[in-house]
Design a protein around this ligand. Structure first.
Ligand code: GTP
Ligand code: MG
Length: 360
């Protein structure tokens, strides 16, 4: 799963990308207005995997991952036809957004709108995305109508259903509300997948407060579905990410009175935002966390590991992580009768330890 880091010029996207990924990309204070993309994969920290790795002592330990893409070059005006093809591609391909909003004051860092105003900036990008989606929806409606007029409609029912759906989207966008606030049915979401609608994607809003003592999330009126909000100190977090030595890190955190770096929290919220959770596989070779959509079944879990496992699925042997951690070993868990045999349709829970029995 991939999250795109977006925001107005100079809000701190690359700084936060560095903080999340431990990279050290330059963050000069200038904005070329050109599309510039950087991608990195990060491990999702999970103490349960650390514990399992300690027990099984595998050759390899693999965490779940999230990919972050720093998408530079967005600015006011893209909704008025200013969105380039390559930029559109980048935005459409991600599974969700990390929307960085500048909330720090620093006279050395120019602001494209002159003043620092987080709520205005948040609404600026939101407004641009609404416009981009509006154009997409209007184009589709026009196409549907054209097909009807020309009598080219192969499936009248489908044309009518799609027209009804796109009219609903249109009304929502005209009311300046994001599409993710509509309660769409799974089949409608599936139908819309190919259109790359931006306001349908989940968003984690991150206010970059710098060293300012304010908390812009305190009185924020921003209530949307599939939307999370947090604040962090961008530059500070990027510095922390450059410290390899745990001792240095402890000193640094104490000096700035920070309990825990925000990195882990951002990654955790990213994971939550994407509506996925983890199941585990274990063995002498590898202890591994896998991501699965919430509500996913045992056979989907099998398919995540390998298509052969799904094709030849016989059953899943499942142990809840908490039961395992309490028992301390697989033998003890079995003795306690806490290993379950489950079929294809079993709904996987977060932290399930799974062995797939299969035959191909
Ligand atoms: N004072 C302060 N400056 C910051 C903070 N975070 C970022 N900056 C500065 O803001 C400027 C822009 O930061 P970037 O991370 O490059 O911002 P960006 O959004 O990637 O910018 P573009 O890619 O050019 O749109 C740099 O000079 C950073 O050093 C912060 O927390 N406090
Ligand atoms: Mg940048």
């Amino acid at each position: 799963m991939r999250l795109g880091i977006i925001g107005l010029p100079n809000c701190g996207k690359t700084t936060i990308f560095n903080a999340l990924t431990g990279q050290n990309l330059p963050t000069e204070s200038f904005s070329s207005g050109q599309l510039e993309v950087h991608t990195a994969v990060v491990n999702v920290p999970d103490p349960r995997i650390d514990f399992l790795s300690g027990v099984f002592k595998p050759k390899k330990t693999t965490y779940a991952t999230i990919t972050y893409t720093d998408i530079g070059g967005l600015d006011k005006g893209i909704g008025q036809g200013g969105l380039s093809g390559p930029m559109r591609n980048e935005l459409q391909q991600v599974d969700g957004f990390l929307h960085v909003v500048r909330a720090f004051h620093d006279d050395n860092v120019p602001h494209p709108q002159e003043t620092v105003d987080p709520v205005r900036d948040l609404e600026t990008i939101d407004g641009e995305f609404l416009l981009v989606d509006l154009i997409t929806v209007e184009n589709r409606l026009a196409r549907l109508e054209e097909e009807r007029k020309k009598g080219k409609v192969e499936n009248k029912q489908q044309n009518a259903a799609e027209t009804e759906l796109f009219e609903r989207l249109h009304a929502q966008l005209e009311a300046e509300q994001p599409l993710r606030d509509l309660d769409l049915k799974p089949e409608e979401i599936k139908l819309l997948r190919g259109y790359g609608l931006l306001t349908l994607k989940p968003v984690l809003v991150i206010f970059n407060t710098g060293d300012d003592g304010n908390d812009p999330t305190a009185n924020l009126d921003y209530d949307h579905q599939a939307t999370l909000v947090m604040a962090l100190h961008g530059a500070l977090e990027a510095e922390i990410a450059q410290l390899d030595d745990p001792g240095d890190m402890a000193v640094f955190l104490a000096e700035y009175n920070i309990e825990e770096p925000s990195r882990a929290r951002v990654i955790r919220l990213s994971y939550e935002l994407l509506n996925i959770h983890s199941f585990f596989t274990h063995g002498d070779d590898e202890v591994r966390a896998w991501s699965l959509r919430k509500g996913g079944t045992a056979v989907e879990a099998a398919a995540t590991i390998h298509t052969d496992l799904a094709r030849g699925f016989i059953r899943a042997e499942v142990v809840a992580y908490d039961d395992f951690a309490a028992a301390g070993s697989i033998n003890e868990v079995k003795a306690q009768g806490k290993m379950r045999l489950e079929g294809k349709e079993y709904m996987v829970h977060d932290g399930d330890m799974i062995i797939i029995r299969f035959n191909v």
